[in-house]
Design a protein around this ligand. Structure first.
Ligand code: PBG
Length: 349
């Protein structure tokens, strides 16, 4: 359903209409179900969903992620079947996240740029079986490094920005060569979007899109994800505060987004989702570019866990949270609820 924000109410929400009670009764439009449907300003559609998927080595594997009930790690053969369901439901795109064997990790994250790594092999297989679904891939080194950071470290343990960007460019390139449609840098290094765009273009990949994690916060809500990709133990207690944003900042997000757009990002992402709805709204109002929310692992787990305990209706809170992203101005949402939400949306028509 198209969004018609602010069609009926003034921009700042104040009563500049001259209307008042009792000639105006706000409840009148809410009286019947059909009327509520008519006046609804925002809704979630299957077209808005990107489904993040965890992949692992081996075959015939579907392993549960303990901190995310209902979420699994798939080997390449089983992920192809899982994507079948997404395709049949009409979900436009998936996002791949690898669980890398510890024997393949090193301090430089070298496996990230190997053209036959897990992600590249998965992209190729998925493209053969499901050529019509969009494939998005993270560009960052954390699944591949022994220290669990998104970049490489100098001898003092500081993340080296420019040397990391060089590796990220190679990582983006092997993914694009394998058939990735959307390159998604999640590392928060400075200058990486422009550098990646240049390398992609120089290798005939001008059609490959970039969705940058433009405003990515240093968040506790990533906890379950780190279990899913096996980076919680490598990262240990180490912090990502020198590259991910401080949760107290909002103006800074606008500059991050402006820089990524100037460097060539086609779409930008705000992450996490629910705690940062205000950032989505500010970014959308200021730039008007395709804007995405990532409803991250911890947000999924909170709703799931409370639902499993009988403390709330997980289904209802899932849809409510997804609609809130649309209300805030997001064009789409990366969410682990994608399949469940799509089924619910489909059945409600
Ligand atoms: C890796 C990355 C993270 C997420 C997506 N890409 C974790 C992190 O930065 O530590 C989080 C996704 C989620 O929590 O669902 N750079």
């Amino acid at each position: 359903m198209p969004s018609d924000n602010n069609k009926q109410y003034s921009q700042d929400g104040s009563n500049s209409t001259g209307r008042s009670f009792p000639s105006t009764r706000m409840r009148r439009n809410r009286t019947t179900e059909w009327s509520r449907r008519l006046v609804k300003e925002n809704n979630i559609s299957i077209d808005d969903l990107i489904w993040p998927l965890f992949i692992c080595e081996g075959s015939n594997k579907i392993e549960p992620v303990l901190a995310m009930p209902g979420v699994f790690r798939y080997s390449i053969d089983t992920v192809v079947d899982a994507i079948d369901e997404a395709k049949n439901l009409g979900i436009p795109a998936i996002a791949l996240f690898p669980h890398v064997e510890s024997s393949l990790k090193d301090s430089m994250g070298k496996n990230a740029v190997f053209e036959k790594n897990l992600v590249c092999n998965a992209i190729k297989e998925i493209k053969i079986k499901h050529p019509e679904i969009g494939i998005q891939c993270d560009v960052a080194l954390d699944p591949y490094t022994t220290h669990g950071h998104d970049g490489i470290l100098d001898t003092d343990g500081n993340i080296q920005n420019d040397a990391t960007v060089d590796i990220l460019c190679q990582q983006a390139l092997v993914q694009a060569e394998a058939g990735c449609d959307i390159i998604s840098p999640s590392d928060m290094m400075d200058g990486r979007v422009g550098a990646i765009r240049k390398v992609l273009d120089a290798h005939n990949h001008s059609r490959v899109q970039i969705m940058s994690y433009a405003a990515k916060y240093n968040s506790g809500f990533y906890g379950p994800f780190r279990e899913a990709i096996g980076s919680s133990s490598t990262l240990g207690g180490s912090s990502k505060a020198t590259y991910q944003m401080d949760p107290g900042n909002s103006d800074e997000a606008l500059l991050e987004v402006a820089l990524d757009i100037a460097e060539g990002a086609d779409m930008i992402m705000i992450k996490p989702g629910l705690p940062y709805l205000d950032i989505i709204r500010r970014v959308k109002d200021k730039f008007g570019v395709p804007t995405f929310a990532y409803q991250v692992s911890g947000e999924y787990s909170m709703i799931k866990a409370a639902g499993l305990n009988g403390w709330l209706s997980a289904e209802r809170c899932m849809i409510e949270s997804l609609i809130s992203f649309k209300r805030a101005g997001a064009n789409g949402i990366l969410t682990y609820f994608a399949i469940e939400a799509a089924k619910l949306i489909k059945n409600s028509h």
